[in-house]
Design a binder for this molecule. Sequence first.
Ligand SMILES: [Zn+2]
Length: 362
Amino acid sequence: MDLEERVEHVGSLVATQRLVDALARSADRSAGGESLAEVEDDCIREVVARQEARGLGVVTDGELRRLRGRDEVAAQLADVPRFGVARGRRLPAGEHRSGVSITRTALPSDTPYGVPANSLVDEYRFTAGISTRPVKVALLGPDHVTHLLDPAPGAHVHDLFDAVLALEQTVVEDVVAAGCRHVQLDSPGYLAYADPVCVAEMRGRGIDPVADLRQAIEADNAVVAGAAEATVSLHMCRSYLRGVARSPVFDPFAEILFDQLVHRRLLVDLDLSQADAFAPLRFVPRDRQVVIGVVDSRNPRVETIEEVLRLVEHAGRWFPIDQLALSPTCGFAATDPARQIGAEEQWRKLDVLVEVASRVWG
Ligand SMILES: [Zn+2]
């Protein structure tokens, strides 16, 4: 691994006040001023330049275009003719941004899927056009997207799951065909399988957690099956469990998970308050790269270089240090503004990661 690959952020970045203001103005149709699209373009240029200045091997657009409140995959589903879509479902606080529910219509089941407007391709093309570095595109994994949608009364959730999966495969193939060589799946749901309370709830609903986990893994593998030219990564985090005062139990969940995922780079957010936080990494096959979340994307306090160095040393006891890289625990942009850190703090946290990487691997 080159030094520049040793630091990677998850994808989303905190928007500056200028973009926040432009979003507010765009919601108020009577307000004038510069257009939201222009402000987005400018802000993306700025965050790309700041990532390049830090020497990051892969950059993103900060997912700044996704602040308009439409989840990218849900937005695609809105255009799939097989489904009628009712907008406006309110998600519980803390859930991922989205606002869509689905009702199945009576169209024939052989109606082809179309992806009339793949917004990820547009996002990729713009950022690739202004960056000297490779650009990463991330999307929510099919398991999580399915959980955000409602099948119509009488429709089976498996049909919805299959539809989401087929659509995501097309989206990823299109992005790779457009030239993207770094595709990341965001699969925040996995750690629920390591949480005894969530597992008990699944069993209570008649769900076999292991079978369910295997299905989620198969789907996350299938989504990137058409992306052979790209480096595929998968981000799993504790956003599911954040704010819940209990610790995941990784065995035997981690053994199944890490053994079966095909993604080359795994961006993992483990509970750093635990003495053996990195122990689950012993299950990761040695041909993978593990990007460990070592600065907290939700806590404004900027970690010290010494703190992060200690974490790297701990992780090195469970996984070859040569195959490790560093990241924040999750994307910096939070659904809940109250839990979001300042835009400048995110850059200082990335500076710490860059410095630690140069000391460890430089
Ligand atoms: Zn995350």
